[in-house]
Each structure stands twice: as C-alpha cells, then as structure tokens.
Write a protein that binds this ligand. Sequence first.
Ligand SMILES: [Zn+2]
Length: 323
Amino acid sequence: MRMTRIGIGITLLLATLNVSVFAAPARLAIVIDDFGYRRQNEEQILQLPAAVSVAILPNAPLTKEMADKAYQKGHEILIHMPMEPISKQPLERDTLRPTMGKEEIQRIIAQAIHNVPHAKGMNNHMGSSMTSDLAAMQRVMGALNHYQLYFLDSMTIGASKSTQAAEGTSVRVVKRKVFLDDEQSDAAVLKQLNLAIRMAQKNGSAIAIGHPHPSTVRVLQNNLHQLPADVVLVPVSALLSKSITPVVTEPPHHNSEKKLPELTLAQRCPAPESIDKINPQLAYQTVKNTVGPSPLTLSLYSYLSYCSVSYHNASSIKAMVKE
Ligand SMILES: [Zn+2]
C-alpha cells in the first residue's frame, strides 16, 4: 500500500517535474555519535531525515530504547564502540584496549552487537590508542569478520591502522572526513557542515560526524532540507565500495511477521534510468513546497535516494565487470 502511494508519487514526479539532470549527485553521510545518554537531544536528531545515521554506545542507559526508536524511524544504526584513547579520561564500561586478547575482544563485540539491535556498522568512540595499534585492530577486524558489519573509522588519530587491519577480512572500512562540532556554536557547526558539503562535491562523497549537542541539532534542523541541488544525504552504507545492498533501512512492518519476498533493484525502482536523473534533494524540496513536510514526503525522499544511489552503484559495478 505504502509502496503504491510512493509509486504514484514517483510517477507524478516523473511526469510533472522538469528536474535538473545530474549524472550522479555527490553523496554526503552524516553520523551523530554518542547516543544513549541524552534523550531530548537524541529524539530531536531522530526527527531529522532518515538518511542521517546514528551511532549508539553499547552500555548506556538508553542504548536499547534509542536503537529501537532509530530503527522505527528508518535511521541507519552503528555501534559506537568505546576504544581506549591515548589521553587519560573517564572510560565507558567494556572499552576495548590494545592489551586485550582475541577472546576478550570477541566477547565484548558480541555483547555490543547484542545490546545495539539493528546495527549495520561500527565506529570508534575515542580510540586514539586502540586504532593506532595494528595488532589490536586486527583482533577487532577478526571479530567483526563474523558479522556483516562495516567499520567507520572516526579518525581520532591520523595514524589509524583500521584499513590495514581489515586486509584479508571481509570488513569494509570507510573514514570520517569532517567533525561537525569540535567547537559548539551554531556558526562553527554551520561552517563545518559547509566544509563537508564542499568535500562531497569535490570528491564525490564525504562522511561527517557530529554529536547530539544543541547547536548541532539546530544547524542540522535548519540546513538539511536545503542542501545544494547536487548533493544528496545518504546513510553510511551507501558509501561502501563493492556494495549494491539497500542503503535506506526500511521501517519494520508492525502487524505482520510475514517475510516479504526479496525484490530486485528493477522491481523496487521502476525506470531506474529516469530515477538516476532525479536529484532526490531537489525533488524533496519541490514536493515539500507543494504538499508540505510529512512522513510520506520524507519516505519519497528516502525512496528516491535509495533508487538513485543503488542504481548508480549497480551501473558502476556493471562497468567494472565489463572491463
Ligand atoms: Zn563518541
């Protein structure tokens, strides 16, 4: 039913909008870290577009509650794994340390996966000491290899060994490019957001990390709906290479335990060539200006982003296979 309504929306869009044509929009992923402690700010983050990803600490008072709420709203979830920093500061329970052996690291990661349901990836909380230790990170990647989780390196230290440590495993590694809120003022956060946008435009994609601070919440509330027309907001998984897996988490279907059949990209996204030419951000703006902001408008936006990015990934893989 929902897909039919969205399908009609798409058809209307295709028929009535003369949207600008972009071969492939620049992709910007935004992750908000440190979820699990501040209910009010975190709930404000969950009101942002579903393409904003959230990273949840595995042993915080609100871990399970926030994971469930984020999942209900379609946000991509990461486990925000505490890792030991070089500087002395208070640490979370079960912080991974370079001195820990394989079994202990496996146990802590398995527990974190249990505590943060629906996670698609993991990123490090702190971790300058842990992530710069190759042998320790090899133990982490070895543990992650059992699960289909990607690793987003928060890059709390330049000498991080995550990429090297993942060699020989199936763990895909991506890296943070911009921190949004090292300085917590609206002006500073906006400046960093604009930097992330420019980096995405220049390089094709970028990942920015922020925290549930009031200034970050305000700047994202005021600016995510007016990103430049050539930039699309995507979950982190949309930036993994070698992937044509779905990039927007579908909200769960409540009243039915029935498993839906797997759909191909062509079935999920009719006329993918046409969809690839639509800029989801621009389409979202147009629909929002016409019918106003609503869950359906946001769903349409997520759907267009999903199809646009999936189709783009599928074509680049096809191109690679041809060579
Ligand atoms: Zn953190």
